[in-house]
Design a protein around this ligand. Structure first.
Ligand code: ACO
Length: 430
């Protein structure tokens, strides 16, 4: 006997509509509203998408109540502990873990794309000295659409795959170019002996005599990249999908995602957290800032705290906090004042009734900036590091979406509250 379709009945204006329930592989059922408007003449209202599944996806699963995150079914803790960023990238893109040979081919394809075209390099001469790194990242990624446009057919799997490897290879070089634009240095070089994350550190800080990548730092970076690689339909990924659904150039869609990531409520929080720590300064001032965060008349929020989906400890934050200790131990900074402040702030907030009642826990951005700072990065670069990791998630979601033959342009409706029809009054009669 076939599986019975589950439905949910809805009474409206004296009528009734039966809506199908879609069953996910894990998690709660999803009400199918695709034909709701056609059936009822009504729209649904969910302005910040708290109750809305915007697409079908096979990539990443988040259970916010339990504090669970997995990529293609593999728990994030196992991947962060045992895998590497490139292996995780392969997993996200292909859906399965690679064999050694498959990983070698994958690594080679990424490496072959680790170069920048002359016109993109020249673009950096036009940025003001104090340009924000995220502004430079948005602009330079968007500028790649001026080079890769005429030859890309977004409906062709080979073209999508070519884009995937291009973007994975180019964004680390762009990040290094941005950092060196700030530091007025030249970008270090790619070293065949180093893995992906060690190479990023080499591109950032190499190019000086006797520079060697510290393996504790490259491991920490790799863990950060894995933890940030994807997070289902967050603000930036949804921006990539929405922009991409029009069939636009994929670099333009990536730029939309990077733009969304920059905001302090999303990826920009990692920079905002360190600014907040600098403002708080010392443990004795924490309670003042906790009170400000609770005060509804004060716009201040505890940055790096709270999450739309996690109503439990963000599993990424726990891992990043442990990595933070490892990096600071390696630097001989086990009493690092910023980490001490962060730990004390977390402790106080987690025992405060306001934060308990609202299930507000540290998120992925709470501790990451302390690591980036210890690695030698200025705080304005932190969100670029987030983007560098998330590129694989955005590109995989874009590929998944574009491969769907049923793809339709994303086009939400609205609850219109403006004026009703009125007649135009000529200028001289007003
Ligand atoms: N500090 C103080 N109060 C908070 C915080 C916070 N960080 N976060 C949420 N709240 C409060 C809200 O004021 C609200 O209180 P109320 O019910 O009394 O009105 C309640 O908790 C629910 O908050 P919402 O704003 O409805 O939560 P939402 O899901 O819309 O926002 C967000 C989630 C944006 C992450 C929010 O928690 C926040 O602003 N955090 C700080 C910024 C941050 O760290 N962003 C990074 C998120 S992770 C990422 O995107 C990579």
């Amino acid at each position: 006997m076939g599986k019975e379709n589950k439905t949910i009945g809805l009474l409206y204006n004296g009528g009734r509509v039966d809506l199908d329930l879609k069953e996910p592989s894990v998690g709660p059922d999803v009400v199918d509203l695709k034909n709701f408007s056609a059936q009822t003449g009504l729209y649904t209202f969910d302005p910040s998408y708290s109750s809305t599944a915007s697409c079908e996806s096979y990539i990443t699963y988040v259970d916010g109540t339990a504090g669970v995150l997995s990529y293609r079914g593999y728990p994030i803790e196992q991947l962060a502990q045992e895998s590497t960023y490139l292996e995780v990238s392969y997993l996200l893109y292909h859906g399965e873990l690679p064999t050694r040979d498959q990983l070698d081919v994958f690594r080679l394809k990424v490496k072959q794309n680790m170069l920048l075209e002359e016109s993109v390099i020249k673009l950096f001469d036009t940025f003001p000295e104090n340009a924000h790194p995220m502004s430079m990242l948005i602009t330079s990624v968007a500028s790649l659409s001026s080079i890769y446009h005429h030859d890309i057919n977004v409906r062709e799997p080979e073209d999508r795959e070519a884009f995937f490897f291009q973007v994975l290879g180019k964004v680390p070089i762009l990040a290094a170019t941005i950092l060196n634009h700030i530091n007025k240095k030249t970008v270090g070089s790619y070293d065949e002996k180093l893995n992906y994350s060690a190479n990023i550190l080499n591109l950032f800080f190499g190019g000086i005599p006797n520079f060697e990548v510290n393996p504790v730092f490259s491991k920490a970076l790799d863990v950060l990249l894995i933890l940030h690689a994807d997070h289902e339909q967050n603000c930036s990924t949804s921006s990539v999908r929405l922009a991409g659904s029009s069939g636009t150039n994929p670099y333009a869609a990536m730029a939309a995602g990077i733009a969304a990531l920059w905001g302090p409520l999303h990826g920009g929080a990692n920079e905002a957290v360190v600014r907040m720590f600098n403002e708080i300064k010392s443990k004795d001032r924490i309670s003042h800032f906790i009170e400000k965060a609770k005060d509804k008349n004060d716009p201040f929020r505890l940055m790096g705290f709270g999450h739309r989906v996690y109503k439990n400890y963000d599993p990424r934050a726990a891992f990043i906090r442990a990595t933070c200790h490892e990096v600071l131990d390696e630097l001989g900074q086990d009493n690092n004042p910023m980490l001490e402040l962060a730990l004390a702030l977390e402790e106080i907030a987690l025992h405060d009734q306001y934060f308990i009642d609202r299930n507000l826990y540290p998120n992925v951005d709470f501790y990451s900036g302390i690591i980036y700072q210890a690695l030698g990065l200025p705080k304005e670069m932190f969100t670029v590091m987030f983007a560098l990791a998330r590129v694989v998630g955005w590109a995989t979601h874009w590929c998944e979406m574009m491969a769907n033959p049923g793809l339709r342009i994303g086009r939400p409706r609205q609850l219109y509250l403006g004026p009703k029809k009125r007649n135009y009054i000529p200028l001289d009669q007003r």
